[in-house]
Ligand binder design. Structure first.
Ligand code: HEC
Ligand SMILES: [Cu+2]
Length: 384
C-alpha cells in the first residue's frame, strides 16, 4: 500500500512539475503595451505609420494563461503543447487525489478490524501504470522536440539582426546598412518576414524571451546563439531576460516593435538618417537652424552656462559673445584664432591652452559630449 501511494504521489508531483515548466511564461498585460506603443509613437519620426501600426487593443492576453500572440504557427504549436500538458497534469492530479482520498476513507482504522497483509504485487496493474505514462512521456517529448526543431532552424532567407546582452543588463540590437551600423535599445522588425537573431552576451548568461512569440533562448558569453521568428501581427510586444543574471535582472526588459508592411523600411531609413544628423526631430527647421538650437541646448544642459555668459561680460570663464574668429592670448605666451579645432580642444582638453586672465578651472568634457555635440556647439557659437 505504502509503496503504491509513494509511486502515485511521485507521479502527481512530476505531472505538476511538467505543467509548471510550461506555465513559467510571464503573462502580458495589455495596458503596459499601450503605454509602450504610445512611447514608441512619440519617438518614431513617421507618426502616420505608427498611429495605425500598433493595434494595441488587439494585444490583450490571448487567454488566462497565455499572453497575446504575435506569431502564427509556432505560437499555436507551443500553446497546444502547453494546454495538453496542463490538461494531463490537472487530470492526473484530480484522478489520483480522489482515489487516494477514497482509499484513505475506505480502509480507515476501525475498532475490531485487524490489518491484513497487503498483496505482494500485481503484474497487470504495474504494467499498466508503467506503459501508459511511458506513452504519454514519449508523446510529450515528440511534441516538444518538433517545436524545438522548428524553433532552432531558421528559414534560409531570414533577415539577420545582431543582439548583444549585458553591460548594465541591457539589450542592444544592431542593424547593418552597407558599411553603416545602427544600434537601438528596442527591437524593430517587419511583419510577415522571418527574422533571425544572432545573439551574444558581453558578461553572464542571459535569456532572450518574447512571451508573445513563445520564444526563449539562452545567450551565453563566448559563443553565439540564435533565435528566429516571423511576426504576423503588427504591434509592440515585451522582451524579457528570462535567466537570473544579476541585481538588475528584473530591469532587463525592452520591447519588439513589429511594423506593418512598409513601416520597417521607413523606420530604418529615418533612423539611419537620424544617426547622421540627429536633427530630424526638429520639424520644419533648416538643418543648420536645428544644429544651432541643439548647440544652445547643450550649453544650457551641460552647465557651460554657469561659467560662460552670452552678453559679453566675463564670468568664471570668458563670455561667448562674438567669440568666433577672435584672436586669443594664452598664459604660455602663444596665441591662436578661435575656430572649430580650438573650440573642440577647449572643451575636451581645457588645460592645454589657458586664456590669459582666466584660471585653469574648466573641467574636461571628454566622454561627456559626443563629436556631434561639438559640431552643434560650433554651429551655435559661430552665430553669437
Ligand atoms: C567651471 C567653469 C566652466 C565650465 C562649467 C565650462 N567652462 Fe569653458 N572655460 C572656463 C574657463 C575659466 C575658460 C578660460 C580658461 C581656459 O582657456 O581654459 C574656459 C574656456 C572655454 C573656451 C575658450 C573660450 C575663449 O574665449 O577662448 C570654450 C570654447 C569653452 N570654455 C567652452 C565651454 C563649453 C562648451 C562648456 C560646457 C560644455 C564649458 N566651456 C564649461 C570655465 C568653464
Ligand atoms: Cu539578463
Amino acid at each position: 500500500m505504502f509503496r503504491n501511494l509513494i509511486t502515485v504521489l511521485l507521479f502527481t508531483v512530476f505531472a505538476f512539475a511538467a505543467g509548471q515548466v510550461a506555465t513559467t511564461q510571464p503573462a502580458t498585460a495589455g495596458t503596459d503595451e499601450a503605454a509602450a506603443a504610445a512611447k514608441a509613437d512619440g519617438e518614431n519620426p513617421d507618426a502616420a505609420d505608427t498611429a495605425d501600426a500598433y493595434p494595441f487593443t488587439d494585444l490583450a492576453p490571448d487567454s488566462y494563461w497565455m499572453p497575446a500572440k504575435g506569431t502564427g504557427d509556432t505560437t499555436d504549436h507551443v500553446d497546444w503543447m502547453f494546454y495538453t500538458i496542463l490538461g494531463l497534469a490537472a487530470f492526473c492530479f484530480l484522478a489520483i487525489s480522489i482515489v487516494v482520498l477514497y482509499l484513505v476513507w475506505r480502509y480507515r482504522h476501525r475498532d475490531g478490524h485487524k490489518a491484513e497483509s497487503s498483496a505482494k504485487n500485481n503484474p497487470t496493474l504495474e504494467v499498466v501504470w508503467t506503459v501508459i505514462p511511458a506513452i504519454i512521456c514519449v508523446f510529450i517529448f515528440v511534441g516538444g522536440w518538433k517545436g524545438y526543431l522548428s524553433m532552432t532552424t531558421a528559414p534560409g532567407d531570414a533577415m539577420q539582426i545582431e543582439v548583444s546582452a549585458g553591460v548594465e543588463s541591457k539589450w542592444a540590437f544592431t542593424y547593418n546598412k552597407g558599411e553603416e551600423t545602427l544600434e537601438t535599445a528596442e527591437l524593430h522588425v517587419p511583419v510577415d518576414r522571418a527574422v533571425k537573431l544572432k545573439m551574444r552576451s558581453k558578461d553572464v548568461v542571459h535569456s532572450f524571451s518574447v512571451p508573445s512569440f513563445r520564444k526563449k533562448q539562452d545567450v551565453v558569453p563566448g559563443r553565439y546563439s540564435y533565435l528566429w521568428f516571423e511576426a504576423d501581427t503588427p504591434g509592440v510586444y515585451r522582451v524579457y531576460c528570462a535567466e537570473y543574471c544579476g541585481d538588475s535582472h528584473s530591469q532587463m526588459k525592452t520591447q519588439v516593435v513589429v511594423h506593418k508592411s512598409g513601416g520597417y523600411e521607413k523606420w530604418l531609413n529615418a533612423e539611419f538618417k537620424k544617426g547622421e544628423t540627429d536633427c530630424l526631430n526638429f520639424e520644419g527647421q533648416e538643418q543648420t537652424d536645428c544644429f544651432i538650437a541643439q548647440g544652445k541646448e547643450i550649453y544650457m544642459a551641460k552647465g557651460c552656462i554657469g561659467c560662460h555668459t552670452l552678453d559679453g561680460v566675463a564670468g568664471a570663464g570668458p563670455s561667448f559673445k562674438g567669440i568666433w574668429g577672435e584672436t586669443r592670448e594664452f598664459t604660455d605666451g602663444t596665441s591662436g584664432v578661435v575656430d572649430e579645432d580650438y573650440i573642440r580642444e577647449s572643451i575636451f582638453e581645457p588645460m592645454v591652452k589657458i586664456r590669459t586672465g582666466f584660471g585653469p578651472v574648466m573641467p574636461s568634457f571628454e566622454g561627456k559630449l559626443t563629436d556631434k555635440d561639438i559640431d552643434a556647439l560650433n554651429n551655435w557659437l559661430k552665430t553669437l
